[in-house]
Ligand binder design. Structure first.
Ligand SMILES: Cc1cc2nc3c(=O)[nH]c(=O)nc-3n(C[C@H](O)[C@H](O)[C@H](O)COP(=O)(O)O)c2cc1C
Length: 199
C-alpha cells in the first residue's frame, strides 16, 4: 500500500506512522516549575542527537508543562524509562494541573540531582542532568508554524546504576529500556547483537 500524508487516505482505523518509526526512545523528563513543583512526563519524540557535547532533543505538541518549566528554569532531567517502571511511566502522562506533581500521582520517590535543581526519579537506573540550549517551533514545508516545539539540551551529568555495568559495558538488554511504538504500544530491549563496523 501507499498513501499521501496530506490526504491521510491510508484507509486504516489509526495513523500508522508512529508504528513505522518505532521503537522511539522515551525521555521521561523531570522539571521544576517556577513555584518549585516537580513535574514528570514521558516524551517519545526524544533522542540523543549529538555527542561532543552530548545533546538531547525532544518535541512537545504544544507548550506543555515540561517545556514551560524548562523555558522558565533552564534545567531538566531525562530519566530512563524501563519495563519495570512501565505503569508509572504511563501514569505520568496524565494531564494534571501545574500545581500537582506526577511524582506523587505515580508514587515515585524523587532523588536529588548533582548539578541542577530538578529531581530525578530514584527508581530509574539512569538519568541525564541537562541544561537548556534552545527551543524552536517547528515549521512545515511552507514555513508555517506547526505548534510543535523542539527543545534541545546539553547533558551535564550522567547517573548510572552500576548493577547494570558488566565488564565495563552498560548492558541495555538488562536495563529493559522502554520504547514507544504505534498506538498505545510499548516495547523494550531484551536482546542485543554486537556487530563490529566494517573497515
Ligand atoms: C509513552 C508516551 C510518550 C509520549 N510522548 C510525547 C511526545 O513526544 N510529545 C508530546 O507532546 N507528548 C507526548 N506524550 C504525552 C505527554 O506525556 C502528556 O501530554 C503529558 O501530560 C505532558 O505532561 P506535561 O504537561 O507535564 O509536560 C507521550 C505520552 C506517552 C504515554
Amino acid at each position: 500500500m501507499f498513501y499521501e500524508t496530506a490526504r491521510r487516505d491510508h484507509g486504516l482505523p489509526h495513523d500508522p506512522i508512529k508504528a513505522i518509526v518505532a521503537p522511539r526512545p522515551i525521555g521521561w523528563i523531570s522539571t521544576l516549575s517556577e513555584d518549585g513543583v516537580a513535574n514528570l512526563a514521558p516524551y517519545s519524540f526524544f533522542n540523543l542527537v549529538s555527542t561532543r557535547p552530548d545533546i538531547v532533543a525532544f518535541s512537545s505538541d504544544g507548550l506543555k508543562h515540561t517545556v514551560r518549566n524548562i523555558l522558565a528554569t533552564r534545567e531538566f532531567v531525562c530519566n530512563l524509562a524501563t519495563l519495570e517502571l512501565i505503569e508509572a511511566v504511563n501514569l505520568t502522562s496524565k494531564p494534571v494541573k501545574p500545581d500537582e506533581s506526577e511524582f506523587d500521582l505515580a508514587g515515585l520517590m524523587p532523588a536529588p540531582s548533582r548539578l541542577i535543581a530538578p529531581p530525578r526519579v530514584a527508581a530509574s537506573p539512569c538519568a541525564l542532568e541537562c541544561v537548556w540550549i534552545d527551543t524552536l517551533e517547528l515549521k512545515d514545508q511552507h514555513g508555517d508554524a506547526t505548534g510543535t516545539h523542539l527543545t534541545l539540551g546539553e547533558v551535564l551529568g550522567v547517573h548510572i546504576d552500576e548493577a547494570f555495568i558488566e565488564d565495563g559495558l552498560l548492558r541495555t538488554e538488562k536495563l529493559h529500556s522502554l520504547g514507544r511504538d504505534g498506538y498505545f504500544d510499548y516495547s523494550w530491549v531484551d536482546a542485543v547483537r554486537s556487530v563490529p563496523r566494517p573497515r
